[in-house]
Design a protein around this ligand. Structure first.
Ligand code: FAD
Length: 481
């Protein structure tokens, strides 16, 4: 391949200032939030328009070089980790809110807009962007769409797919397509829904029209504390079974409480085995009976205390603990590996017990902080990557945890996606015919196999090579087809 010619064409497409090929600069992009897997791209390009993205895709196609889209790189399954030698398209410059249409409750944005920035912009006008991943201060709306991300308030408001009306995408052929529409429904196949969650393997998203949600009239936030994790889990399933749908229902266990209290002092009791952070929103007249119901159910399940935030400051403090939990793990372990299997709510207590048993078999600890209301777990395997062999043990422990979720009737991923991380376990989740359909669909859309290859859909010929030795063995090695 004429590498110099290839880089020159990319440079012409985006301008000299917006391409990196220097090895030191490239290293900054070698992984996403799942740092176990790494790859160095041949170039990083920062386009500013759909037309520039289209040109990049065309050039990569001409030279048969894989391309990988990247928003903020907060993904936790290796989705934005570069295939070595591939081109990384980074959306830092495509970060504009293009239009705010309050009358129709819509916003038109570029994919690099940071999730929380849209809410900050619209909040004073009575609206917000409802999907709220805990990473919302950094992650982008394009990345959210590619992962179909969730968040604490998605229990009531739905995942990202429920909030995206229309997307402009650049297909692997270099053609530009428009999926969905501004209206509530569109005739024909729901290609918008089909592309959401495809982890950058079908197309590159260059513009989105998203729903704006009116701010609730009232909000009440409460903390229920328990001396047994099982009691907290039963409270979750009992509340939902009673017909209540809180805006959020988050569970944090003992190790998480310890980490959070050491770092941010959110006011969680250190002697609790689990706390439930519950938020209700809506008209004040509808909140009060729900609050009584939840308090009664918590007491029936032996809550040791039940507290309602009395001020906005107190409410923010309670949420601060949840939002900073992942960062706080640094005080209880040098490294953590965050998983996201999802199980039916009624199985929460059972699988958490099983996680403890799996962790002790691997001589590791697992701590849990998760969106309990929809059974979306985040077991975090705590380990020390400086200890020889411990990373490999953490990976295998994680794989067992995911298999336990599947056995409990759940799924491999509630929101973080498959990426590189869970590609092997796809075979535990889906039967051969289902995987074959996925593969055929992907091959039909991306016939040259250049869009984020080695992610999401397992393919023997197309396995992702990674830097980590244990992980290379696990993935089977190999190069892109
Ligand atoms: C502390 C922490 C907390 C988190 N909490 C949550 C949570 O509560 N809920 C949740 O769902 N996730 C959570 N995540 C995971 C992560 O933040 C989400 O997956 C998020 O949507 C990724 O956005 P990003 O912009 O960082 O995307 P990236 O990590 O850059 O990319 C993610 C995937 O999207 C693709 N992609 C990115 N941009 C585009 C584009 N324009 N076109 C096509 N494909 C694209 C990439 O190729 C990759 O496959 C958390 C992560 C961290 C580190």
């Amino acid at each position: 391949m004429d590498s110099a010619g290839f880089i020159q064409k990319l440079t012409d497409a985006v301008g000299e200032e917006f391409i990196h090929t220097d090895p030191v600069a490239l290293r900054a992009y070698d992984c996403d939030g799942l740092t176990i897997y790494k790859g160095i791209p041949s170039a990083v390009v920062l386009p500013e328009s759909t037309e520039e993205v289209r040109r990049i895709v065309e050039i990569c196609r001409e030279y048969r070089v894989p391309l990988i889209a990247r928003g903020a790189g907060t993904g936790l399954s290796g989705g934005a980790t570069p295939l070595p030698g591939g081109v990384l398209i980074v959306f830092t410059r495509m970060n504009k809110i293009l239009e705010l249409d309050y009358e129709n409750r819509l916003a038109r944005v570029q994919p690099g807009v940071v999730n929380l920035h849209l809410t900050r912009e619209t909040l004073p006008h009575g609206f917000h962007y409802a999907p709220d991943p805990s990473s919302q201060a950094a992650c982008t709306i394009g990345g959210n769409a590619a992962e179909n991300s969730g968040g604490a308030h998605c229990l009531k408001y739905g995942m990202t797919t429920n909030h995206i009306m229309e997307m402009t995408v650049v297909l692997p052929s270099g053609e530009v397509a428009h999926l969905g529409a501004d209206g509530e429904d569109t005739p024909g196949l729901d290609l918008r829904g089909f592309f959401i969650g495809s982890e950058g393997t079908f197309a590159v998203i260059t513009e989105l029209t998203v729903r704006l949600t009116p701010n609730p009239e009232g909000v009440r936030t409460m903390l229920a504390c328990f001396t047994k994790v099982g009691d907290a889990c039963r409270t979750v399933s009992d509340v939902i079974a009673a017909g209540a749908v809180p805006a959020a229902m988050e569970l944090m266990d003992r190790y998480t409480i310890e980490a959070v209290e050491t770092v941010v002092q959110a006011g969680y009791p250190r002697d609790a085995e689990a706390v439930l952070l519950i938020e209700l929103d809506g008209l004040p007249s509808s909140i009060t009976p729900l609050e009584t119901l939840i308090r009664d159910i918590s007491e029936k399940n032996n809550s040791s205390s039940f507290r309602i935030a009395q001020t906005e400051e107190e409410r923010e403090g309670l949420w601060m603990g949840r939002k900073k939990a992942f960062g706080a793990f640094g005080v209880i372990a040098p490294s953590y590996y965050c998983l996201d299997g999802t199980v039916p709510r009624s199985k929460l207590a059972q699988v958490l017990e099983e996680f403890d048993e799996i962790a002790s078999r691997y001589d590791l600890r697992i701590t849990n902080v998760f969106h309990a209301g929809d059974g979306s777990l985040h077991p975090n395997v705590l380990f020390d990557d400086r200890v020889l062999g411990e990373t490999e043990r953490a990976i295998e422990c994680g794989a067992e945890v995911l298999r336990a979720c599947i056995r409990a009737g759940g799924v491999l991923s509630g929101e973080h996606g498959i990426g590189i991380e869970k590609i092997r376990e796809m075979k535990d989740q889906f039967d051969e015919p289902t995987l074959e359909i996925m593969e055929r669909v992907r091959d039909a859309i991306d016939e040259d196999g250049l869009m984020n290859p080695g992610k999401l859909i397992p393919d023997e010929e197309n396995v992702f090579p990674v830097a980590h030795s244990g992980a290379i063995a696990r993935m089977g090695g190999g190069m892109t087809k």
